[in-house]
Design a protein around this ligand. Structure first.
Ligand code: ATP
Ligand code: MG
Length: 160
């Protein structure tokens, strides 16, 4: 049996981006690290909003562009939403105690992980969002065994 390591989906509009985040929320468990890449305005924060709100956060999910990380203490899970766009040097992550965010109880969602390369733990799953006409195309790539299991769940969920 072949285990697929990647999956590509079309997201016609913002609602579908949010819905994919909601779908993932039902399938994940801590610890988990998600990398989110794609150009400015691709939909990384939109996806994160769907995920974080479906995990139980009531209220807005704003991109932590200036603070670098926004914590959410939710029922049964600690969520850390990073936006590293404005990080000038990956070593700054060491000063902010980056390792403490990655623990057995946490989900780390990282926008612009490229900015922190060398100082960030590896991802379990990497989501890349591209502009496609008026919508978006998202590719999901598993980078760990846990990521592969998650990807398989997403695939079978979509067929239900
Ligand atoms: N599938 C989609 N089709 C069309 N538009 C979408 C889709 N998903 C999200 N959008 C729109 O694209 C924009 C995405 O903004 P968002 O802040 O999520 O991007 P981002 O990738 O986080 O950008 P940044 O790199 O600046 O953090 C929003 O205006 C949202 O409404
Ligand atoms: Mg963003």
């Amino acid at each position: 049996m072949t285990i697929e390591h990647s999956l590509t989906l079309q997201l016609a509009d913002e609602t579908q981006t949010v819905a994919l985040g909601r779908q993932l929320a039902a399938l994940i468990s801590a610890p988990l690290t998600i990398y989110l890449t794609g150009e400015l305005g691709a939909g990384k924060t939109t996806f994160s909003r769907g995920l974080i709100q479906a995990l139980g956060h009531q209220g807005a999910v704003k991109s932590p562009t200036y603070t670098l990380v926004e914590p959410y203490e939710l029922e049964g899970i600690e969520v850390y939403h990073f936006d590293l766009y404005r990080l000038s040097d990956p070593e700054e992550l060491e000063f902010m105690g980056i390792r403490d965010y990655f623990n057995e109880r946490s989900l780390c969602i990282i926008e612009w992980p490229e900015q922190g390369m060398g100082c960030l733990p590896a991802a379990d799953i990497h989501l890349h969002i591209k502009y496609a006409n008026t919508g978006r195309e998202i590719s999901l790539q598993a980078d760990s065994d846990k990521g592969k299991v998650l990807l398989r769940k997403i695939t079978s969920n979509g067929k239900d």
